[in-house]
Design a protein around this ligand. Structure first.
Ligand code: HXC
Length: 281
């Protein structure tokens, strides 16, 4: 049996989350899966929520193998009544959640002038509405319990903008504003609300939709000072830290984890074009 800790979980003490009950939206794939695995490995009870039950399988299989406290439920975050019902049912069963990770997203590259109203609505619905509904309805139980941590996943194009993803960039900008707003508004209830902005990292969803071929991937990679894509577990390690007591005074912050990709390189390219050699930890 595989007993090695997930990579993201290696940097915190083994029982860091043993008193936690975490909800992770989109928690069965990509970054969400790595966060869910890391939380479980460090002792949390984790419920993953996503639209597609197929996306639950890898997590649930691993929970069974490793004896983790994991569950999964299907939910479309665009439906506020369903989100409220799920939040109440889970709080009834396990008590108030202590952690909410708003990770679920929809995205694809499409020029704005060709983006249909339905396509715009689909992405805004999942990313912006879904993050609010989950925060609102799971947050209600955290507020009653007077404790909780919410982590939102945004992207650096929330503030830089990026051609081809006007829907996602607009939605993520809204989520960033939501992060800062709720961080201040809900601090009086003992909640912390933070965000991460990951740069490009390998995942099934991103590969198919955002860099469908190797040439495109190489082009993106050449613009990253560290010279490579990130990995989901590098992103997840930072998320675990932000959800842990190690970051207990961090509130309303958004951490960029992109190998320096979103920083300008200035006018003098010499010294900034060499492929990065920094290895992952
Ligand atoms: C143009 C598209 C499209 C595409 C869907 N649509 N995919 N338009 N290009 N590739 C349009 C459809 O034609 C339709 O509009 C509308 O969107 C709704 O599509 P449906 O399939 O009916 O909707 P639904 O099943 O609800 O959801 C669609 C979806 C979903 C949101 C795109 O399939 C999804 O989430 N897929 C990708 C998941 C993903 O990529 N996750 C990783 C995100 S990573 P019409 O008008 O035709 O009916 C990320 C990080 C980036 O975001 C950071 C980089 C630095």
């Amino acid at each position: 049996m595989e007993t090695e800790l997930p990579h993201a979980a290696r940097w915190l003490p083994p029982k860091t989350f043993e008193n936690d009950f975490a909800i992770v939206t989109g928690g069965g794939t990509g970054l969400g899966l790595e966060i869910s695995r890391g939380l479980c490995a460090l002792g949390a009870r984790v419920v993953i929520l996503s639209r597609d039950a197929e996306h639950h399988r890898a997590f649930m299989d691993e929970c069974a193998t490793r004896g983790w406290r994991g569950e999964a439920a299907t939910l479309d975050l665009r439906e506020p009544v369903d989100v409220e019902r799920a939040a109440n049912a889970l709080a009834e069963r396990h008590g108030a959640p202590t952690i909410l990770v708003n990770n679920a997203a929809g995205n694809f590259v499409c020029p704005a002038e060709r983006l249909s109203a339905r396509a715009w609505r689909a992405v805004l619905g999942i990313v912006l509405d879904g993050t609010f509904y989950a925060s609102r309805y799971f947050g209600k139980h955290m507020i009653e319990a007077r404790r909780g941590r919410i982590l939102n996943v945004v992207a650096t194009y929330a503030w830089t903008g990026m051609p081809g993803v006007v829907h996602s960039a607009s939605a993520k900008a809204g989520v960033l504003a939501m992060t800062r707003t709720l961080a201040v508004e809900w601090a009086r209830f003992g909640l912390r609300v933070n965000a991460i902005a990951p740069g490009p990292f390998e995942s099934e969803g991103a590969r198919g939709n955002l860099w469908p071929d190797e040439a495109m991937k190489a082009r993106i990679e050449s613009g990253i000072p560290l010279g490579r894509f990130g990995t989901a577990d590098e992103m997840a390690a930072h998320c675990l830290w932000l959800l842990s007591p190690a970051s207990s005074y961090v509130n309303g912050e958004c951490f960029t984890i992109d190998g320096g990709a979103s920083l300008g390189r200035g006018m003098w390219t010499e010294g900034a074009t060499r492929k990065g050699t920094e290895e992952r930890a």
